[in-house]
Design a protein around this ligand. Sequence first.
Ligand SMILES: C[S@@+](CC[C@H](N)C(=O)[O-])C[C@H]1O[C@@H](n2cnc3c(N)ncnc32)[C@H](O)[C@@H]1O
Length: 276
Amino acid sequence: MPKKCVQELRNNFNIRSRKRLLFYVYPNTMRLRNTDNHAGFLDFYLDFAKEYGKDGVIDIACGTGAVLLYLAQHGIYADGTDLSEAMCRVASEKAKREGFDLNIFPANMTEFRSNRKYSCAIIARSGFMHLLTPELQRAALLNIRENLVDGGMLTFNTFDPHPVFQAEQMNTKDTDYSLRLKYTNKEGRRERLYNAISYDPYTQIMSGNWKFETLDDNGAVIRERVRPLKMRQTYRQEMRYLLELTGYEIVNVYGGYNKESGDVSAKNVIWCVRKK
Ligand SMILES: C[S@@+](CC[C@H](N)C(=O)[O-])C[C@H]1O[C@@H](n2cnc3c(N)ncnc32)[C@H](O)[C@@H]1O
């Protein structure tokens, strides 16, 4: 937006903060940005596993097992794998505590091998976006294909890159935090979640940090955790070609976990693809 317009808006409407200004100028975008990108994810994956998982389900990049456990609680005993040994350990312990004996193993999605094939593979909640180059994305898709039976289904998600945020993030340092969410943690303490993201348009990589603040009853910060973040943004056109080149047919593209239309630009794009 030209500088003159920005100044005019600021003067006429007394909009001082950059965030409010953006909200004024791009209300729909800012509203989108403040929603939970993963709302409804558990039931989406449960339905997907029920529909396609009759010959086995694998949760790839399973993290600490949010999806694995939900599936198990609903009678679907999926295998799980994650790059991080520590995450796999936590997921296994959680599963055992709930009485489930699940096969959870550490591996890179670009090269894992299981002792069986699956009719359904899930990469939940942006796990695919952790692959930071097109070469790694390609390697992962080819490898997952090897682990699927013929006609097996895979679902994963990407975010539609948004030029307004990209421009903003190109001018943001990975320590320029903005508040994203306020919630109550498992111990009943209020927490605030911030992130700071900077974007490199040449590599399409977003890098930054998530910061969690735990508050006491008076609202004072009593603990702070910072978690680094690196994810690659992928344009839909790129994804379509990559899927074609790695041997998948696109079955559905949704604009969210509640199966919103995928025809228009969406924050969260859910790909459902079949091994050809
Ligand atoms: C955003 S978390 C999602 C975790 C889980 N799917 C969930 O919904 O709770 C991303 C996970 O991807 C894993 N990951 C990142 N790169 C990976 C790779 N190349 N292969 C396998 N897992 C990977 C990370 O260790 C992390 O647990």
